[in-house]
Design a protein around this ligand. Sequence first.
Ligand code: ADP
Ligand code: ZN
Length: 605
Amino acid sequence: MSEDGAKILKDVFGYASFRPGQAEIVELLAGGTNALVVMPTGAGKSLCYQIPALLLNRLTIVVSPLVALMDDQVAGLSANGVAAASIHSGLPREEQVANWRAVAADKCRLLYLSPERLMSDRMLQAVARLEPALFVIDEAHCMSKWGVSFRPEYERLSALREHFPKATIAAFTATADKVTQQDIAQKLFRGEGRIIVHGFDRPNLRLSVAPKTDWKKQLLDFLEDKSNLEDKRDAAGIVYCLSRKFTEEVAGFLQSKDIDAIPYHAGLDTETRKANQNRFMNDDGVTMVATIAFGMGIDKPDIRYVCHLNLPGSMEAYYQEIGRAGRDGLPSETLLIYGLDDMRLRRQFIEQDGEDEEHKLREHKRLDALLAYCDAAGCRRTALLSYFDEEMKACGNCDNCLHPPTMLDGTEEAKTLFWAIKDTGQMFGGAHIIDILRGIQTQKILERGHDQLSSFGAGARRDKKFWQAFIRQAVAGNYLTINIQRYGALQIAPPGDAVVKDKSTFLFREIEALPPKRTKRSRKSVQALESEEDLDLLAVLKKLRLEIARTRKIRAYVVFPDATLIEMAQARPETLEQLAAINGVGPRKLENFGEAFLDAIATHN
Ligand code: ADP
Ligand code: ZN
C-alpha cells in the first residue's frame, strides 16, 4: 500500500520522498484505521489525507473551519490535476450546485465542507447516499473545550460516527496536549483508533525573546539584522499586536520606513480585510501587521518571520503563531518583545473572561508558563518543547544559545524593591513603586505619606527603565505576582519572601547591555544559493511565478513553492525531463508551467 502511496506522491505531486511520519499515516488511513494525528505546522499534513483519498478512489470529505483554507486546498489540488471541490456560503449559488453535481456524479475525490454545512440534516442525508470512504477533520483541536480555540459547531462532529459507522475518520491538528487528544479521539471515534503524535520541534525557526525597551528600534533592528537571513525587510512576515490601534500605528511606522506593510484587524471592514489578506498571500514580501484575528488558515509556506510586539495569550498560542513562519522548512526567524503592561493586560483578560474559576486558573497557569519561557536563561527550544512534554538538547538556533545572557547578582536591588512593596501594603502597581524607589514627589506619594518610608529614594541610583525591566524579571521568575483583582498591584510570592528574609539570592539578566555583536553570517536565507547569479535567476523565476499566478488567479506558491524554485535556480534544467526531476514538479505542473520556466532559465543563462 505505501508503495502505491509513494507512487502518487511522485506521479501526482512531484515529490521524491515522504517526510517523517507521512508514509505511516497514509498507510493507516488507506487501510481503514481511524486516527488522530498531531503534527507541527508545515510538517505536511495535507498530503497525509490527500494521498489516501486518491488511493481509496472513493469520496473523501474534508471538514475545514475556514473558507479561505478550503479554497486554497482546492486550488492546490487542481494545480496538480486532482479533482476536488468545496461547497460553502462564499460561493455563488450556481457554483455550489455545479460542485455538488460533480461530487454526486463521482467526478471529485475530495469535497471540502465547513462543519456546520456537513452536519446540517440535508447535507448528512445527501452525503450518506454517496457512501464516503473517509472523513477528515482539519484543525481538530477546535472540537475540544480543553483545546486552545473551542468552536461549538465543531463539537457537533461528535455525531459523525453514528451517521457513518462504516467510514474511516481521521483528525489532524498542530496543537493538542494529552487531555485534548484524548477528548478528540473519544468524541470522534470513541477511542477506537490510533493517536499519532509527531515532534513539535521546528528546527528551522530561530527563537528570540526580548524585554520591551523601544519597540520601534527593536523591530527595525530585527528586520535589518543580517546574521541569519539576508533580506527580512523585503520578505513576507507577520507582526502581531494586541490592539487594533497599535496595529495601525505599527503598520504606519513600517510604511514610513519603506517597508511594504499593511494592517489587519477586526475593526477593518470586510472588503479591506479581504483585500489585505489577498495581497499578503499573493504578492511577494508583504508584512502583515495584525491582531490575532489574522492567522487561522494562513497556509502561506514562505513566511520568513513572525514578530510579536505584545505578549501572546499562552504557550499554545505563541507556538501556533510563530509556527506560521517557515512552513517550507527554510530558515525563518521569530522575535517576541514583551513588557510589564502586557503581563498586566493578559491577566486582566483572563479575569474578565467570565468563565468559571477552574478555567481561569488554567489560563493563568498557561500564561505563567509563557512568562517563565520569556525569562528562561537557557535554551529557548528546550524550554518550549519541555512544555509540550518533549525533551531536547540545547539547539544552537535561539538567542540564548547564540548569545548566552550574563546573569548578575541582584539580591540587594531585589530587597530594596520588595521592601517598598511590603511597606506600602502590597497594594500598588509598578509605576507607583518605581516612583517611590526613585524618590519622586508625586501627588500620590505625598498624599499617602510614602515620602516618609525608608524605601523612598532607596533605588534612585537606577533609572526608570532599569526598574521596569527588573520588576518584569521578578514577575516572570515568579518572585512577584500581579494581582488583577487589586488593579494590578504587585505582591510578593514565596520565592520573593525568601529573598527578603535572606534565605535566597536573586539573579537577574543584565539590563540594557549593549546589543550582542553581530556574528558573521552563519546561514543564508536561501540555502546553498551561493552565487549572485543563482540569486538573480531566483528573482527571475519568482517574477515569472507571480505573473502566472496573476493570470491564473491562483496563489504564487500554488504554482511552485519557494523550495522548488530554489532547486530550479541551482540545477538550471534544460529539458522537460530534467525539470520533472525537481522536487515539487508533478506532471500537471510540468505540462502547464514547464515550458515557461525552461524558457526563463534558458534566457537567463
Ligand atoms: P501542514 O498542513 O502540516 O501545516 P502542509 O500540508 O501545508 O503542512 O505542507 C507544508 C508544505 O510542505 C507544503 O508546501 C507542501 O507542499 C510541502 N510538502 C508536504 N509533504 C512534502 C514532501 N513529502 N516532500 C516535499 N514537500 C512536501
Ligand atoms: Zn537554543
